[in-house]
Design a protein around this ligand. Sequence first.
Ligand code: ADP
Ligand code: TRP
Length: 321
Amino acid sequence: MRILSGIKPSGKLHIGNYFGMMRPALELAQKGEAYYFIADYHAMTTVTDPAKLRSNSLDIALDFLACGLDPSKTVFYRQSDVPQVTELTSILLNLTPVPMLENAHAYKDAIAQGHKPNGGLFTYPVLMSADILIVQGERVPVGKDQKQHLEIARDIAGAFNRQYGEVFVIPEADIQPDVATLPGIDGRKMSKSYNNTIEIFGDEKATRKKVMSVVTDSQPVEAPKTDFDKNIPLQLYKAVATPEKARELQAKLAAGGFGYGDAKKELLATLTDYFAPFRKKREELVKNLDYVQEILRKGAERANVVATETMERVRLAVGLR
Ligand code: ADP
Ligand code: TRP
């Protein structure tokens, strides 16, 4: 089974990215042949500073490796090192109905917020389809918010196969139902774009400040707090704690005499412990950047082999050869 996923280097990795996408992707990578990449072309819809794009991309590489990506088992590369994806995008655009792109959430949201979207944002789902189809990805571990993009990729792959014959495997999204969407410190979806994230590799003081500012209602310490679904510190705790620990915290909240501040302290401690080994690993990797670049170079080489094969079949199928 071939597995593929990408992550956009558009800012610092947060715990929503980790639990929603990275951890499931790393688990799934054990079960097949995984291709994971840094979606640097995609990041260009928002990152316009070249130095920033460069440093964000390196950060994501470090983050992924620190969080447990095994480069001896997983093909790990930068999207822009496989420029065939842009060629495939050009071809797939001809099989993409404009109304389908007009219906895409990211595009609609940009319009709703009064932005003037550029062509890169408009065709974002087609580039993403090309990422997947170029390596014939069968399973795509992503967070829930990427569901629509996967449906578009399936539609485009199906349209291509109907028009030109069976070339592409139809990809399937792999979405974890229990940690589908992690809330941010303001209660909305945790997202870089909302500035409400808890970073995995952020500095200790900033993390403490963020955890202690997670929104709650204003019930006093004594009150029993049983509205678990609306309790953001508890929701976040459930992501990092064992089920048993999560039940314990729930029981303390329900009993009363246990305030939101106490819950946040437990959250901070558990969160810190959870990510401590990853932080240590990352500190080692930072001292060895040549090793990291070498991993990406080798990954690009391997991804290029597959991409070249796919493109040969595609060119032949459509009549470019
Ligand atoms: P952001 O919204 O912070 O910009 P991205 O869009 O770069 O995050 O998402 C990277 C991956 O992480 C995607 O697969 C996405 O579904 C997942 N993800 C992002 N935010 C969350 C969240 N709050 N909960 C769960 N998964 C998330
Ligand atoms: N659009 C994805 C995100 O914002 C990143 C991405 C780009 C991706 N290409 C992909 C994810 C291909 C899965 C497969 O998170």
